[in-house]
Design a protein around this ligand. Structure first.
Ligand code: ATP
Length: 291
């Protein structure tokens, strides 16, 4: 087999709730995530030795054992005694350390891509199980679509697909450390999202109601740049505004492409990292293979 190509889609949180801190140190979460069209592009070509070699363009990420793609490839190699290696080329489009699961999605794409390249014949369920060993968001990214995630994020239930919406993303210059965001969370002082109502709103494809229910207990709007982005987003005719994951990326939802484009243009005036994308219509992730 020649080259295998995979797209690694970004995600946003429509809700993110933290229920309690577990004895194993993880937080028990309940969150609804949905995939976006914004994606990294990965290509995989087989090596006859066992080396895993990475290259990356478009973003500042490690290209060694620290990279989540390396971890995914190494896990499969070890677990199944694979005698091949791989060259992985990553074209980064998703901003890094942004709350959009860019690294997790790259890892999931690596699991799917190498399943094809190395002819492992694993099911998506098996890839999800392996993905949980790499990171909490990796299982969701294996299948994408719209899902309710529980546990530490790895216990998944597919729900109705998110209706088609335009999404404007704005990533402030700085990144947030997920560990630090959890450390400073005060569980006695949070307003929990209404997860059940959000599932119902998605089922009835009611974008206005989805926008009204957007909620993230990790959202922290205490920095000047975030305050400014939020003000501009709130002042636009958006369906709703939220911080995704552990931040700092802010997003606004729109039914209208014109209104989304207007916000996109006004944010570009003062924020370097702005994207206009769409929610991803559900589809089976399939590797593209060239000979
Ligand atoms: P999440 O939403 O799952 O918390 P995130 O979007 O906040 O993730 P990532 O973009 O996944 O954050 O990056 C988190 C860290 O992972 C960064 O410090 C980055 O250096 C590292 N990393 C390792 N591999 C990758 C990769 N392939 N792409 C992006 N980041 C990677």
């Amino acid at each position: 087999m020649g080259e295998v190509i995979e797209k690694a889609y970004a995600k946003i949180n429509l809700t993110l709730d933290v229920l309690f801190k577990r004895d194993d140190g993880y937080h028990e979460v309940e969150m609804i995530m949905t995939s976006l069209e914004l994606a990294d592009y990965l290509s995989f070509s087989k090596r006859d030795d066992k080396q895993i070699l990475l290259s990356a363009e478009g973003g500042s990420i490690p290209v060694n054992e620290e990279n989540l793609c390396y971890k995914a490839a190494f896990l499969l190699q070890q677990h199944f005694g694979v005698e091949y290696g791989v060259n992985i080329a990553i074209n980064k489009q998703i901003p890094v350390a942004a709350g959009l699961a860019g690294g997790s999605s790259d890892a999931a794409a690596t699991l799917r891509g190498l399943n094809t390249l190395w002819e492992l014949k694993l099911s998506l369920g098996e890839l999800e199980e392996l993905g949980a060993q790499i990171g909490s968001d990796v299982p969701f990214c294996v299948r994408g679509n719209t899902a309710l995630a529980r546990g530490r994020g790895e216990v998944l239930e597919l729900i109705a697909p998110m209706p088609s919406c335009f999404v404007v993303l704005a990533k402030p210059k700085f990144g947030f450390s997920t560990a630090r965001v959890y450390d400073i969370l005060n569980l006695n002082n949070i307003v929990h999202p209404d997860t059940t109502a959000m599932i119902a709103a998605i089922e009835s494809q009611d974008v206005t109601q989805i926008g009204a229910l957007l909620s993230n207990v990790l959202a922290n709007y205490n920095k000047d740049e975030i305050v400014k982005i939020k003000q501009v987003m709130d002042a636009s005719t958006t369906q709703g505004v939220l911080m995704s994951g552990s931040g700092p990326t802010m997003y606004a939802l729109f039914s209208s492409e014109n209104q989304a484009t207007r916000l996109f243009n006004s944010l570009k005036g003062f924020c370097d990292d702005v994207y206009l994308t769409k929610t991803r219509m559900s589809g089976k992730e399939k590797s593209e293979v060239s000979s």
